[in-house]
Ligand binder design. Structure first.
Ligand code: COI
Length: 352
């Protein structure tokens, strides 16, 4: 499918302060929009970034048939623009689409469209350390119908935003044993908008208590840790890295998570993917074995966790630590992304 491009007459790039890039505050000049009707994708175009016009009856606004992805593009010292593992996000996007009763987005729209869009907005990809262009593909159900039924019309859109650090400093986490993010058979492993909407009220509660994020536990026992919502979670217990496995279908299969597991294995560091109870973490803490704890995600990259709060107990993790696994992973990923070391995995997808 040919992707038609309509360029802006004046770029807004001068609104970006390269020394103060905040996450998600400003969007690049263009966006990609594709429409699905009559069981097919009819057109895809790159147009100036603009507001959407939707009927107030639009399905996604009422019933949450909406999914998204998060991907990052980086600029190398020689000025090349490359995207980190976008095919993984494309595959995951279509898994989310299937779970939410939405159509697959074909490669020639998702991948080729994203490549053309980022090439056009290449000046928006920051080059400073820790910065990137955050790419947000998403799909919404657009039937103008408030009866409850799977929609038949959809919009696929990609927008992008220059991004600095998502968390400015090590974060404080509240381990929740009351509210639930996801349960077996639900949509926890899909990147569905509602997964995030349902966490806002508990988030407001824990923020008032001084915590940055919630570590969700399983819906049945409220014992087994799942994910942080914006990130997957890793613990270093003694000399072993542990992270919850994905078997229950309640945890997002993070691309950063998978990349870290691969790096840890290559470096000969013990890594276990398995169920982890908060009691195990608490016991490791008491035994002085909770050495490191961090979140991993596209937006946050590697986010050190300074404190875990569970049932009245504050587990303080010493951070940052020199020669830590957290720092090694952060550096290794940054070196690959900014092209400072050989990309032996072929993780970087060249745009221009
Ligand atoms: C991402 O890391 O891309 C996420 O989806 C987290 C978030 C900003 C919702």
């Amino acid at each position: 499918m040919e992707i038609i491009t309509q360029k802006v007459s004046d770029s807004r790039i001068n609104q970006v302060d390269p020394l103060d890039i905040k996450f998600g505050k400003i969007y690049s000049d263009h966006m990609l929009v594709a429409d699905y009707q009559n069981e097919q994708w009819s057109k895809a175009e790159i147009v100036p970034y603009e507001d959407l016009v939707l009927s107030p009856a639009t399905t996604c606004l009422h019933y949450g048939q909406a999914i998204f992805e998060g991907i990052k593009a980086y600029k190398t010292p020689s000025g090349e623009v490359k995207i980190f593992r976008p095919y993984e996000n494309w595959k995951r996007f279509n898994l989310s689409a299937q779970r939410m009763g939405m159509p697959d987005v074909p490669e020639n729209i998702f991948m080729d469209g994203m490549k053309q869009l980022i090439a056009l907005d290449r000046d928006w990809v920051p080059s400073s350390e820790g910065c990137s262009l955050y790419i947000r593909p998403f799909m919404i159900a657009t039937d103008a119908f408030i009866g409850v039924k799977p929609a038949e019309e959809f919009k696929f859109i990609i927008i992008s935003s220059p991004a600095g650090a998502y968390y400015a400093q090590p974060i404080k986490i509240f381990v929740h044993d009351k509210y639930t993010r996801a349960c077996a058979g639900g949509v926890g492993e899909a990147k569905a908008a509602g997964n995030y909407g349902a966490t806002m009220m508990p988030m407001m509660e824990v923020r008032k208590m001084g915590y940055d994020q919630i570590l969700w536990t399983d819906a049945v026992h409220h014992k087994y840790v799942q994910e942080i919502g914006t990130m997957n979670v890793f613990f270093v217990l003694g000399d072993t890295v542990v992270t919850p496995d994905l078997k229950g279908g309640t945890i997002l299969a993070g691309v950063t998570r998978a990349s870290m597991i691969e790096i840890l294995k290559e470096k000969g560091i013990k890594i276990e993917e398995r169920p982890i109870s908060i009691d195990e973490i608490s016991a490791a803490y008491d035994a002085g074995q909770l050495n490191e704890c961090f979140g991993a995600g596209t937006a946050a990259v590697v986010a050190p966790i300074a404190e875990l709060h569970y049932e009245g107990k504050d587990m303080k993790v010493n951070t940052p630590k020199e020669n830590s696994i957290t720092d090694m992973l952060k550096k290794e990923l940054a070196d690959i992304r900014y092209g400072r070391i050989d990309d032996k995995h072929n993780w970087m997808y060249k745009v221009c």
